[in-house]
Design a protein. Structure first.
Length: 473
């Protein structure tokens, strides 16, 4: 029985409800009156339910799809402006006891190089990341109670925050580790993490169990209910995601929105971010064996529909996607991207060569340096942002959401983006990037609506040229 407020996975992600949603979507995919009604609701910025959004996903009427794209672009501009927040993943350990069939870290893979960073190696990795200009990391580790216990993760977070190299600092550590206990989530919260991210992989229970044949991750309910435990442990920013390609994308899309609705209904705050990874080639993983792969067109449609369905939720796209795909979906609602990522353990301080036995989790499509990514974003008139202000000002969970819903966040994000970009340009950028960036900052300062905020931002940007750092609104 579907029950959005139930704490049981099979009730808030009810298979019956998803099947009924898909049937409803099929029955109404040409129902222009209903489609117009749904788009009109989205225009009022009220978001969409999983049923409404699923009708639009099933709809193939070109003019209606164009309306969805136009609306997604508009909402992106209104809520996020033209800033794009940058981050990098940091792989701590690829020891893993699980048997996920789509990931090369699965326990049965005996030939992949297993690595776990020591604290000294973390210092090297983080120094290399700071030297690129990164301020925000997402740490990743396989599930292994012996090699990667929570104490190890906590120690790593502590080390990362403590490294101050030249003007560098990691100001926000987001965490992507296996589902765990309320007690462990509480410890992560105390370690001052930003967002806790856990991909569902697939919401389809039977497929989930087949794709995770062994290990603790096999338990669908324990995995699916993890975000409720995280919130119970005090983490109020959580990030959802599915691995598109494993199951039918329409099923996953409905499940993803149902999960968001559940968090909002139970905890009063929806997901902070949604990630949209697609399955990629890696070591012994061939994506073509998964027959639910989605085309770039469907991928773009999903991004646009997420944007209009949950307008206040950030959307993340990684270097799994090529430059061309990233260019296509950025205007449709993506608010965060990774840049210059290494998906192997220890890959920043000592990049792996082709001859090495790779320890990467997936092949990176976008191989550019951070400077190239920053330069590319600015040439498309985006403001690359290294902002971490909200979490450090305690604007998390519902406090963040209410700011966002009132569009107040634009009064913070825009100047914060410009100030952190200025830091990047001063400390890490190439001459060409610096030149483009300085001109962009000058132009964009004019766009800060509040004169007082504009004046203070100008002063801070001047102070950054004089060597001061870490200003924020
Ligand atoms: S997806 Fe995560 S849990 Fe599964 S094998 Fe890979 S690292 Fe382990
Ligand atoms: S001000 Fe807050 S919401 Fe805006 S970019 Fe910074 S951290 Fe993100």
């Amino acid at each position: 029985m579907y029950n959005v407020t139930s704490l049981k996975a099979e009730e808030f992600i009810s298979d019956e409800e998803i099947q009924a949603t898909l049937a409803y979507a099929d029955a109404n995919k040409d129902n222009v009156a209903l489609i117009d009604e749904i788009i009109a609701k989205a225009k009022e910025r009220k978001g969409l339910t999983h049923r409404e959004a699923s009708v639009l996903l099933a709809c193939e009427i070109p003019e209606k799809i164009d309306e969805v794209y136009t609306l997604a672009e508009q909402l992106k501009k209104d809520y996020y402006g033209n800033r794009i927040v940058l981050f990098a993943p940091l792989y701590l350990s690829n020891y893993c006891v699980n048997g996920c069939v789509y990931c090369p870290y699965h326990a049965k893979n005996k030939h992949i190089a297993r690595k776990k960073l020591t604290q000294e190696e973390i210092v090297k990795e983080v120094t290399a990341l700071q030297d690129m200009g990164h301020k925000r990391l997402a740490i990743e580790a396989g599930e292994d109670p012996v090699n990667n216990p929570i104490e190890y993760i906590l120690e790593c977070i502590h080390t990362i925050y403590s490294i101050k190299h030249k003007n560098g600092a990691i100001r926000r550590v987001n965490v992507n580790i296996a589902a765990t206990t309320v007690e462990n989530y509480r410890k992560l919260k105390e370690a001052e993490i930003g967002t806790y991210i856990l991909f569902q992989e697939t919401y389809h229970k039977k497929s989930y169990e087949t794709l995770h044949p062994t290990g603790p991750k096999h338990d669908y309910a324990y995995h699916t209910e993890a975000m409720d435990r995280a919130m119970e442990g005090g983490i109020d920013d959580v990030g959802l995601g599915v691995l598109f390609g494993l199951e039918m994308y329409r099923y996953e899309f409905a499940g993803l929105l149902m999960h968001a609705e559940h968090l909002e209904a139970v905890h009063g705050v929806g997901p902070h971010t949604i990630s949209v990874p697609r399955i990629k080639h890696a070591d012994d993983i061939d994506p073509s064996v998964f027959d639910n792969g989605i085309s770039d067109d469907i991928f773009a449609k999903i991004c646009a529909l997420i944007r209009i369905s949950v307008p206040y939720t950030g959307m993340i796209i990684s270097t799994r996607e090529s430059q061309a795909v990233r260019e296509r979906v950025l205007p449709l609602g993506v608010s965060q991207i990774s840049g210059a990522s290494r998906t192997s353990v220890g890959g920043y301080a000592e990049p792996e060569t082709e001859e090495d036995v790779t320890s990467a989790q997936f092949d990176v499509s976008d191989q550019r340096t951070l400077d190239e990514v920053v330069n590319w974003l600015m040439k498309m008139d985006y403001i690359p942002s290294f902002c971490t202000a909200c979490y450090r000002e305690g604007r998390t969970g519902d406090r963040f959401m209410s700011l966002c819903k009132n569009m107040q966040i634009l009064n913070c994000c825009h100047p914060n983006a410009l100030m952190t970009l200025k830091e990047y340009l001063e400390d890490y950028a190439s001459e060409e990037t610096k030149k483009i960036g300085m001109a962009l900052i000058e132009r964009e300062l004019e766009n800060i609506p509040n004169p007082k905020v504009q004046r203070i931002a100008r002063e801070h940007i001047h102070d950054i040229s004089e060597g001061k750092r870490d200003f924020r609104f």
